[in-house]
Structures are given as structure tokens and as C-alpha cells.
Design a protein. Structure first.
Length: 265
């Protein structure tokens, strides 16, 4: 498996520094948080996009994902959501990223309504994603926290250009164990987001292996099933400013994941 981390853990860091940090800590790739408060987002121009590509290429680090904030199931008209998806897909294509991350965001709608809305929009965007060589990934999150929740939408989409991110915290918070999440998500799985927290009540990010999330079980399951994709550490420093700084944790976190992989081999 290949290892990445999210720039959510290093908010505002210049991309050249992110690329050097990833290379120095032995990570293969980076998930870029695509928000206007970050250096990379859909509003940057062609020259800046090319500069980011060069910085990561020179460091030998892959841009894995453009992590956007479009909510596929949110209430309202389709066009603003579709426009947001198109912008993210173009950005990912220009950066050479494999994936675009989207959220469900169904809010207070019924599950049936939210499922249908998200599926309709993702299906509409899927051909453009395929044309650009980018895959849209729906993260297990908010209104669709479990693998079963996300799989309902993805089953309705039925297009290879749309898949899933398995966020192990959200499936756990949703009461779903890894042995249930994996088979639900496997037909659609793009990659797995790993993290650790103290408890369901305290989701402050912790170094990998110091919290309660079933990381060992997840990695053992993925290894046993022969899954050979990406593990991406999403350390949510942006939302928890008092959490420890991610750069000092990256190398130990990598070693922890490698130990889990070695022990499960």
C-alpha cells in the first residue's frame, strides 16, 4: 500500500513546503485540501497550477486528491453543485490528481431523497470525470457516515467514474465495524482515510495508534483481502488548533502504519 497525508493537518502551508515535507517523511502522496483559505483551490490560475505540479514533481511526490467541499446531496438546485464538481474536476486534471473528494451533505432530508439527489448529480458529472481521467469519490461523512450509507448512493450511480473514500472515523462513529464497512465499499473503493481520536465524544486528532479507532483491524482486513491501494492520514489540525503539530508526527505515523502492514502480512 502507498501512504499519503492530508494538508488539513498543515493548514496554509505553501505547496513547495508540503511537497518537501512529504518527501522527507517518506510519504508517496498528498491529499490537497481545496478551499479558498488554502494555496490550492479552483480559483487559482493556470500558471499557479503549473507551478504546483512542478513542485510536487521535483519532490517525487504524487498529488493524490483534490479534497473539495461540494456536498452532492445538499438541498437546492442541481446546477450550483454540478458547477462546483466541474471546477474541482478541472483542477484535479490540471494538477495530475487521481481523485476529487466530495461530501454527501444530505442535511435534514430523508435518506431516500438525499440518496436520489446525490446519485443524480454524481451520475451527471461522471462522464466528464471519465473524460478527464479523474475519479469522483464520495467520502463516508455527515449524512452518509457508514459504508452502507455511501454504497446506497454509489449503487444508484452505477458508473466507474464515481467511487468512495472510506473514512474510518466516520464509519466507526456510525456504529459500523470494519468487517461490515469493507464489503459495502469494496466495489467502489478509491482509498482509505486513517486517523485516530481519543473517543466518540472527543475527536481531537491524536498520533496514529494513540486513540481508539480500529486501525489495526482495518489494515489487517485490507491486507487479508489483498487490497493494495492508498492509506491517507487525515489529521484534522485545521479544526483543532491546540492539537500537536503534524510535521513532527509524520515520520512516527508512517512507521506505525508500516508496522501494521508488516504485522498483517
Amino acid at each position: 500500500m502507498k501512504l499519503a497525508f492530508s494538508t488539513l493537518g498543515v493548514p496554509g502551508m505553501p505547496m513547495a513546503d508540503v511537497a518537501r515535507l512529504a518527501a522527507g517523511a517518506g510519504y508517496h502522496g498528498v491529499e490537497l485540501r481545496a478551499h479558498p483559505e488554502e494555496p490550492v483551490h479552483p480559483g487559482i490560475g493556470a500558471d499557479e497550477r503549473a507551478r504546483v505540479v512542478a513542485e510536487f514533481r521535483d519532490a517525487g511526490v504524487e498529488i493524490l486528491t483534490v479534497a473539495g467541499y461540494v456536498r452532492a446531496a445538499e438541498a437546492g438546485p442541481d446546477e450550483p453543485v454540478l458547477a462546483g464538481l466541474r471546477e474541482l474536476l478541472e483542477l484535479a486534471h490540471d494538477l495530475g490528481a487521481r481523485y476529487v473528494r466530495v461530501f454527501p451533505g444530505g442535511g435534514e432530508q430523508s435518506p431516500e431523497e438525499a440518496d436520489a439527489t446525490a446519485a443524480r448529480r454524481l451520475a451527471a458529472a461522471a462522464p466528464r470525470a471519465a473524460d478527464l481521467g479523474v475519479r469522483l469519490l464520495l467520502e463516508t461523512h455527515d449524512s452518509h457516515r457508514t459504508g452502507a450509507d455511501a454504497a446506497r448512493i454509489l449503487g444508484l450511480v452505477g458508473h466507474g467514474g464515481v467511487g468512495a473514500i472510506w473514512d474510518v472515523m466516520h464509519t466507526w462513529l456510525g456504529g459500523e465495524d470494519p468487517a461490515t464497512s469493507y464489503p459495502a465499499l469494496f466495489p467502489h473503493l478509491g482509498y482509505v482515510q486513517v486517523k485516530d481520536i481519543a473517543s466518540a465524544e472527543d475527536t481531537t486528532p491524536l498520533p496514529l495508534g494513540e486513540g481508539v479507532l480500529p486501525l489495526t483491524e482495518c489494515v489487517e482486513l485490507l491486507s487479508r483481502e489483498g487490497w493494495d491501494g492508498w492509506l491517507c492520514w487525515e489529521y484534522e489540525k485545521r479544526w483543532y488548533p491546540r492539537a500537536r503539530e503534524l510535521p513532527e508526527l509524520l515520520a512516527p505515523g508512517r512507521e506505525h502504519l508500516l508496522r501494521l502492514l508488516t504485522d498483517s502480512a
